[in-house]
Ligand binder design. Sequence first.
Ligand SMILES: CC(C)(COP(=O)(O)OP(=O)(O)OC[C@H]1O[C@@H](n2cnc3c(N)ncnc32)[C@H](O)[C@@H]1OP(=O)(O)O)[C@@H](O)C(=O)NCCC(=O)NCCS
Length: 165
Amino acid sequence: MPRVTLLEPTGPVLRSAVLSLAPSEEEAVWSGRASDTLPAAEADPTRHPVAMIDEAGVPVGFLVLDLGARSRRYARGGDEIGVHGFFVDLGHRRRGIARGAIEALPAYVAEHHPQITSIALTVVVENRPAVGAYLAGGMHDTGDLFLGGTNGPQHVMRMSVHERH
Ligand SMILES: CC(C)(COP(=O)(O)OP(=O)(O)OC[C@H]1O[C@@H](n2cnc3c(N)ncnc32)[C@H](O)[C@@H]1OP(=O)(O)O)[C@@H](O)C(=O)NCCC(=O)NCCS
């Protein structure tokens, strides 16, 4: 059984659980909080909210798949989807949730966005936990730096939808 299941938080029970998930105050600068990023995604047809569910069925993290202008600043174009707002709730860290969510992304994207062949994201160079978690999950560091963010230089990472873990 996969360590993490990805689900669109459409029903009211899951939606409300996701709204209560958050990183720490200091970390919110990296990812935002679901109480802001979920409603913003719901209001934008180019953003697709995704909940991370653990083996016990508990919602433990959140991310947004993004086909809009934000992602176009570093992603390739029509065949590539961006990842934003990625965090694991403070109470569920170091259980392999972030790694498991990245591992589960190719199959999720293939099912929900069949036109997409590649997944891309940026991560602030000094955010060592996130850099480590993304690499552990199977993202590849392209070696490119994205300099358009407000929190300093960011690594550009990418993985193929056809990679399965
Ligand atoms: C980064 C983050 C998503 C990691 O979530 P997580 O579920 O705790 O990570 P995992 O348990 O899957 O960790 C996988 C690997 O990542 C690395 N890692 C994760 N957290 C780490 C930390 N605090 N310090 C150092 N390495 C870390 C380790 O290599 C870890 O493997 P290990 O536990 O076998 O050593 C989480 O700390 C978080 O939500 N941070 C705040 C928001 C954020 O920065 N989001 C990223 C925006 S780009």
